[in-house]
Design a protein around this ligand. Structure first.
Ligand code: NDP
Length: 334
């Protein structure tokens, strides 16, 4: 089935991320291409079909989506729907025998992550989470510095990810039933990711606090959260995520120096510097193209899956621990 060089991708949910990043990104990939779309909006089916030259046979809606099983043009289904819809469509994609990319956050609970992973294992298809930064060169350089102990032992990591949300109060991100949570579900997963690759360790316990300044706008979802992590080595982490502040930074402090990405989470180019005066600099490539090509290569050649489902589940375990800690003030992570 995979004796071809470029895999066909179907995007599910043609919102701003699919339109602004993933579809343009699929014009710049080498190992995969935009082959199909799944949308609940007939006008988008029409306009995307023209713009990207997509045959009618490769266009689905949410009701007839399961028929994608018999479509040989589609190898990968990329779920780009509101968070609470990820699990359902990832599981249906796996049952249809398609490899799956699931946008972040992977789902809205650990139980849903488990169900997605189980469905993909059962169907023998590959699964990754849309963590574009796992394929991004500045991020990979931070990982190298941590791994090779360029500045010695890590003592402290600080990771911030947030923006000031002032848009439509009816957007799904502010609706708990569709988002599963606020800043933490949306931007917090970047801060969690940063704290983990910026330290090279998974946290073993967390203590978290929630802050609210505009309850009339954030009726249903968390506005800002700070959390402190304890790592196995004894190092400490501090994350902050917000729908009310533009924060975008990773800072790792070691015995003999530090490394910083600022910005650390946006579509790039990112910017990095080190305590020894070295500037971190790489040519800019669209992160989403790098990410999707990495996953296609994983399928085609067995190369590393940079953002497997287990990673999305790990982060959701931490998200749940943070919410629990806010309620209980300090909760152990198993
Ligand atoms: P949008 O609101 O812009 O788009 C979501 C799309 O989902 C809609 O346009 C619609 O597409 C479809 N949809 C189906 N049912 C619903 C519903 N009940 N309410 C709203 N939309 C619905 O969201 P984004 O594109 O910004 O985000 C989608 C996912 O991608 C999220 O999980 C988000 O976290 C993730 N994301 C990841 C980013 C990253 O950098 N990795 C960046 C941005 C988002 P249609 O009309 O085709 O049916």
């Amino acid at each position: 089935r995979f004796d071809k060089k470029s895999l066909g991708v179907a995007l599910v949910g043609l919102g701003s991320y699919s339109r602004g990043q993933l579809a343009p990104g699929l014009l710049e990939t080498e190992h995969c291409h935009l082959a199909g779309i799944v949308t609940g909006t007939p006008a988008k089916a029409e306009s995307w079909s023209k713009k990207y030259n997509i045959d009618k046979e490769n266009i689905y809606n949410y009701e007839n989506f399961d028929q994608i099983a018999s479509n040989k043009n589609i190898d990968i289904v990329y779920v780009v729907l509101p968070n609470a819809m990820h699990a359902d469509f990832c599981i249906r994609a796996a049952k249809a025998g398609k490899h799956v990319i699931c946008e972040k956050p992977m789902a809205i609970s650990v139980a849903e992550c488990d169900a997605i992973i189980a469905a993909c294992n059962k169907a023998n298809v590959k699964l990754s989470v849309g963590y574009r930064l796992q394929s991004e060169p500045y991020t990979l350089e931070v990982k190298r510095i941590v791994r090779e102990k360029v500045f010695g032992e890590l003592r402290y990591v600080s990771a911030d990810a947030g923006y000031n949300s002032r848009g439509n109060p009816d957007q799904w991100r502010l609706n708990y039933a569709l988002s599963g949570g606020g800043a933490l579900m949306n931007m917090g997963v970047y801060a969690i990711q940063s704290a983990i690759y910026g330290s090279g360790q998974n946290p073993t316990s967390v203590s978290a606090q929630e802050f609210s300044t505009r309850p009339e706008y954030f009726k249903d979802t968390d506005e800002a959260i700070a959390a402190q992590f304890e790592f196995p080595s004894g190092a400490v982490g501090n994350i902050f995520t917000s729908h009310n502040a533009n924060v975008n930074r990773l800072y790792s402090a070691f015995d003999k120096g530090w490394v910083e990405l600022n910005p650390a989470n946006n579509y790039g180019p990112l910017s990095g510097r080190r305590s020894d005066g070295e500037i971190i600099k790489f040519p800019h490539k669209r992160q989403q193209s790098l990410q999707m090509d990495d996953f296609a290569k994983h399928i085609l050649t067995g190369s590393l899956n940079r953002a497997p489902g287990e990673m999305g589940k790990r982060d959701m375990i931490i998200v749940e621990a943070i919410y629990e800690s806010i309620k209980k003030n300090g909760v152990k992570i198993d």
